[in-house]
Design a protein around this ligand. Structure first.
Ligand code: WT7
Length: 637
């Protein structure tokens, strides 16, 4: 009993004897130290576990920082590892995906069937003139055609840019335009809480604002009536049935393009400190090494596991840990289309029980949302198959951690709290199951990753002190740049502390070397784990006829982590009132997406600005939170 009490004490949660006995990495610090002594050796060993068309000449080229190159001279394709190499092994007949629609429809796909669909769709893309290096935008609900489209694009050497289905017209138009995509893959609609979302209609509007797309491929999901433009728009199902998709000359297969390790695999747009989202670029070679090594060690994945990463494939979490890494490791993934609470708050627990999920990887905001409904919804389901739990997207508050651990994990599942970013491609700070855990800490840097918390001068701070989180050495899954904007890449990430990658987060390291992430210190707001930029919200607000100036801030919120508050100055002739405020919120939701809808908008006469005209958001934030406003000496007025 005393042991039990010790195990559950909140400060340090030690793994069970069984976990210690069965897990892959028994001594994390030993592996970390060994990798720290020879990081390139560590990554090279991981790379050698994968299939390559041709080996590399050099693990890391760092002669032109920060434009680092990994596995230089190596030839590969992530699809070679995700699909091709399983086709001659028993994995071929395993399920790659178990998909459940919000309406209860179930669809399963083996590695063999997935490969066939990917080959067919790759042939379709080729027939539409998509070549190596071309960009393809994918705007789909959470259906299996989403991984199929990503894999098919990668297979032929083209570059995918997935836009989350919760984004709306302007956000989509901007991403299509910046990536200069030739083809757009979308659906008639998707389901969210039983309601269809008209994706094709949103896409049509976005295409009116962007000019590069030649063809649109439409997946049927929601049964919505859509307008199809002759010569531009095609139904996915019809294309997949055509002779060139089956390509009898090659028995329906399609060659996997031989890619240089450094050739681009995808662009994924994410919010930064300006109004324009950044097209974060990842490549084939280093990325596949980073994601497979991290998933294997941190989640201790076993061949027989059923893995459920409950994110959306449209985010980096989904790219790395729903699509590429689980397929590379040959495990079965669950994909659930809809909302966690639909039709009842036990939908997730029902899915865990039904499919015997072994590892659940979710966001703290979802956990907090489900916590509200109480334990009874959980306890009517058998969750005993769960062995590990994961957390990602924002710091997990200790209360949510304990609930997740006790109620969902039955007190026996370690919580793997993974800190990383769209830019890092793979986990950077994470425990492994054998490491004693502290609720709320992402614990220690992954082997081969060197992280530091530094002060304004770039010097490491003392244990327990807050500072900026930086990464001091390149890593294989790192971003290779920002699409069409190398200067912004250098300036944003590598200029504040020369030679160190700036994460944008603040953190603390405690006396045991555990990292505690505090949150963003730039103009990025995390709302329910979604990353939004203040400038994006502001530019959506000022695009409304009534608004002359706008400011947006993030304010802490119990459930969502943060919510957005907007402040606007009206143009002359517009009358303030609840009607207008509602109209402005709806306008932001329509332009950027429902996730960006401000919780509150205040109409003001003035905004606090510096003498050079920069809005002082920290002053607005302090006021909104009822805190002291700090140094106001730079305030203009
Ligand atoms: C930002 C990156 C990486 C997948 C999803 C988010 C925050 C992410 C954690 C964590 C504390 C976290 C950081 C980071 N974040 N994971 N485990 N603990 N904070 O990717 O949208 O690029 O956001 O999410 O603030 O900088 P993203």
């Amino acid at each position: 009993m005393a042991d039990e009490a010790d195990r559950l004490q909140p400060e340090l949660w030690a793994p069970s004897a069984e976990t210690l006995e069965t897990c892959l990495v028994k001594d994390y610090d030993a592996l970390r130290n060994q990798a720290a002594a020879d990081p390139l050796g560590f990554w090279e060993r991981e790379a050698k576990e994968l299939a390559w068309f041709e080996p590399w000449d050099k693990v890391l080229e760092e002669s032109n920082p920060p434009f680092f190159k990994w596995f230089v001279g190596g030839k590969t394709n992530v699809v070679l590892n995700a699909l091709d190499r399983h086709q001659n092994t028993p994995v071929r007949n395993k399920l790659a995906y178990i998909w459940e629609g919000e309406d209860g429809t179930v669809r399963t796909m083996s590695f063999h069937a997935l490969n066939r669909e990917v080959c067919r769709f790759a042939n379709v893309l080729k027939s539409m003139g998509v070549n190596k290096g071309d960009r393809v935008t994918i705007y789909l609900p959470r259906v299996l055609e989403l991984p199929i489209a990503m894999l098919a694009t990668a297979k032929i050497g083209a570059v995918h840019s997935v836009v989350y289905g919760g984004f709306s017209v302007e956000a989509l138009a901007e991403r299509i335009q910046d990536s200069e995509s030739k083809v757009l893959i979308t659906a008639d609609g998707g389901f969210m809480r039983g309601k269809p979302v008209p994706l094709k209609q949103i896409a049509d509007e976005a295409l009116r604002r962007s000019g590069t797309v030649e063809h649109v491929i439409v997946v049927k999901r929601a049964g919505l009536a859509v307008s199809m433009e002759v010569g531009r728009d095609y139904w996915y199902d019809e294309l997949m049935g055509l002779p060139f998709a089956r390509n009898p000359a090659t028995h329906g297969t399609c060659k996997t393009e031989v890619m240089d390790a450094e050739d681009p695999l995808f662009l994924l747009y994410t919010s930064g400190t300006t109004g324009k989202p950044k097209g974060i670029m990842h490549t084939h070679g280093g990325y596949q090494v980073g994601i497979s090594a991290t998933m294997k060690y941190a989640f201790d994945v076993r061949a027989e596991d059923r893995w459920w990463c409950a994110a959306d494939p449209g985010w980096i979490t989904g790219h790395s840990y729903i699509v590429y890494a689980p397929l590379m490791l040959g495990v079965t993934s669950i994909i659930y289309e809809g909302a966690p609470t639909y039709p009842y708050p036990d939908r997730w627990w029902r899915i865990v029980e039904k499919y015997g999920v072994n590892i659940l990887y979710a966001a703290p905001t979802a956990i907090r949302g489900l916590m509200r409904f109480g334990e009874a919804w959980v306890n009517r389901h058998d969750l005993s198959t769960l062995r590990l739990l994961g957390s990602v997207g924002e710091p997990i508050n200790p209360e949510a951690w304990r609930w997740y651990h006790r109620v969902i994990g039955g007190g026996r599942c370690p919580i793997i709290d993974t800190w990383w970013q769209t830019e890092t491609g793979a986990f950077m700070i994470t425990p492994v199951p054998s490491l004693p855990l502290k609720p709320g800490s992402a614990t220690k840097p992954f082997p081969g990753i060197l992280a530091e918390v530094v002060d304004e001068a770039g010097q490491p701070v003392a244990p327990g002190e807050e500072g900026k989180l930086v990464i001091t050495r390149p890593w294989p899954a790192m971003l290779r740049g920002i699409h069409r904007d190398p200067d912004r890449y250098v300036k944003q990430y590598w200029s504040t502390y020369p030679g160190k990658y700036l994460t944008g987060d603040s953190a603390r390291v405690d006396a045991d070397g555990y990292f505690w992430i505090i949150g963003r210190v730039d103009d990025v707001i995390k709302v329910s784990g979604y990353r939004l930029g203040t400038a994006e919200i502001e530019s959506a607000l000022v695009s409304h006829a009534a608004v002359s100036e706008a400011a947006a801030i993030g304010v802490p919120h119990e459930l969502k982590g943060n919510v957005i508050h907007g402040f606007v100055i009206l143009r002359e002739g517009f009358v303030p009132g609840p009607g207008l405020v509602e109209e402005l919120s709806a306008h932001v939701a329509r332009e950027v997406g429902p996730i960006a809808r401000p919780e509150k908008i205040e109409i003001v006469d003035k905004l606090p600005k510096t003498r050079s005209g920069k809005i002082m958001r920290r002053v607005l934030k302090a006021r909104a939170m009822g805190q002291p406003e700090g140094d106001l000496s730079t305030l203009e007025d």
